[in-house]
Design a protein around this ligand. Structure first.
Ligand code: KIV
Ligand code: ZN
Length: 501
């Protein structure tokens, strides 16, 4: 008989902490509904005390989804717990996730406290949260670097106080699989409440050393029965454990006897959706969901796969929702086909929005032969920028070998028109210099990545940018068949992140 592993998705909390990748409430609801369809058990919807936006998102996500448990994060502070309980008021199944740092450095430097006092605070927080909800998860922040003997005392105390799940975060991504697995094993063997089934352990691994998935699996193999993950492994720094990697590792290794509730065919659509909404490109060689994850390029591999896919493929791409036969639309495709592809990619639209995207789709299909899923996700994303404060009105650029690079730009700022022109050492440089004549602030371009979506000289180019302004870095995205326009759109997207502040 298999053991059930609970999937706790924190894309909308820990994942969303990536600077510049914040989603608005409507976008979060879209992701939450898709997570429900995917079959996750718990959705961590936010950290309600941290901002009114997070508070509101937890409320709206609670209303929007039915069967997954909705979880809200708090510190071990009564006010945080009050606010989280309030935000969870509409959730059909609710959980408060409270906790405190337990490593020596957290106790000493962060809290200026003692190990005994930290246990008291942990117990008090769990008991306080229990006044509001039955399901309380406790996290021992920096458990990865916490001494095992002391950690067992913390876990024992919070389980006795009523915690139903105890999260063992490797907050700094420091551990290697053998060490993390041993930690979970030690806790399973030394905390009576765990062997008595009063609570389960949860893994929460960060990827600073590229070990997040391996560490999570080591934790599961040694007894953890919940895993905390994000779609595409997004998260601060090197990210969190990625849902798709853990789920497919378990599916391809049935002898481990661990089952999840995930409908794996929904993995690819939600992966694209999160990447597109957050403007976070997926590295082409990303396991399971990267563009090249199933692309065999060497002759020997291609020959083998054509004879029998099992020669070089350990997973069927269809099992993760990659459906090669149906990803191309053309200028002759109708609204219904477009709506269907949007739906397959997790984007639900009403007729009015469909009309708008359809017009953009026709314009794009006029410029390139085949319109792919990536293209239509990009179009659905472009449609979100309609209400931007600063908008590109027009851009005209002259450039070429032996010519001066000159750009003239028109912007609409709160519907007022502005124009400027400039020269530069290339077309993008000229366009940015012209833009800066209108938006006269000290902005520094920190990163600039150009990527063609699939292939062909008629393809849409995607541009990701990071612009530093006033000590903060803002991420922006642009997509267009004209790469200079895409670059300026990405720059303007960055500007919109701070001018509306
Ligand atoms: O990494 C971490 O320690 C966390 C906790 C707040 C759960 O995200
Ligand atoms: Zn974390």
């Amino acid at each position: 008989m298999s053991d059930r592993l609970f999937i706790f998705d924190t894309t909308l909390r820990d994942g969303e902490q990536v600077p510049g990748c914040q989603l608005n409430t409507v976008e979060k609801i879209q992701v939450a509904k898709q997570l429900e369809a995917l079959g996750v058990d718990v959705i961590e919807a936010g950290f309600p005390i941290s901002s009114p936006g997070d508070f509101n998102s937890v409320i709206e996500i609670s209303k929007a989804v039915t069967w997954p448990t909705i979880c809200a994060l708090t510190r071990a502070v009564e006010k945080d717990i009050d606010v989280a309980a309030d935000a969870l008021r509409y959730a059909k199944h609710k959980r408060i996730h409270t906790g405190i740092g337990t490593s020596e450095s957290h106790i000493r430097y962060k809290f200026n406290s003692t190990p005994e006092e930290i246990i008291e605070r942990a117990v008090a927080a769990v008991k306080y949260a229990k006044r509001y909800v039955e399901d309380v998860e406790f996290y021992a922040e920096d458990a990865g670097r916490t001494d095992n003997e002391y950690l067992a005392r913390v876990v024992d105390a919070v389980v006795k106080a009523g915690a139903t799940v105890v999260n063992i975060p490797d907050t700094t991504g420091f551990r290697i699989p053998m060490e993390y697995g041993e930690k979970i094993k030690y806790l399973m063997e030394h905390v009576d409440g765990l062997s008595a089934g009063k609570a389960i352990l949860s893994t929460h691994c960060h990827n600073d050393l590229g070990m997040a998935t391996a560490n999570s699996l080591a934790g599961i193999i040694n007894g953890a029965r919940q895993v905390e993950v994000t779609i595409n492994g997004i998260g601060e720094r090197a990210g969190n454990t990625s849902l798709e990697e853990v789920v497919m590792a378990l599916k391809t290794h049935p002898y481990l006897g661990i089952d999840t509730n995930i409908n794996t065919t929904k993995i690819y659509p939600i992966s694209r959706m999160v990447s597109s909404l957050m403007n976070m490109p997926i590295q082409p060689n990303k396991a399971v969901v990267g563009r090249n994850a199933f692309a065999h390029s060497s002759g020997i591999h291609q020959d083998g796969v054509l004879k029998n896919a099992a020669t070089y493929e350990i997973m069927d791409p269809k099992d993760v929702g990659i459906d090669d036969n149906s990803i191309v639309l053309t200028a002759r495709s109708g609204r219904a086909a477009l709506k269907h592809r949007l739906h397959v990619n997790g984007v639900e639209v009403d007729e009015e929005r469909l009309d708008k995207i359809y017009q953009d789709f026709l314009a794009l299909a006029d410029k390139k032969k085949d319109v792919t899923d990536d293209d239509i996700l990009m179009l659905a994303g472009a449609d979100r920028s309609e209400n931007h404060f600063v908008k590109l009105d027009y851009l005209q650029v002259t450039s070429g070998m032996g010519l001066r690079n000159v750009a003239s730009i028109g912007l609409k700022i709160a519907n007022e028109k502005f124009e400027a022109a400039a020269t530069g050492n290339g077309p993008v440089d000229a366009a940015i210099k012209a833009l800066k004549k209108i938006i006269n602030r000290t902005m520094v371009l920190k990163e600039f990545t150009i990527q063609a979506i699939s292939k062909g000289s008629d393809d849409v180019g995607k541009v990701h940018m990071q612009v530093e302004y006033d000590g903060h870095v803002y991420y922006g995205f642009g997509a267009n068949t004209d790469i200079v326009v895409a670059s300026i759109e990405a720059y303007i997207d960055c500007i919109n992140k701070f001018v509306t502040k």
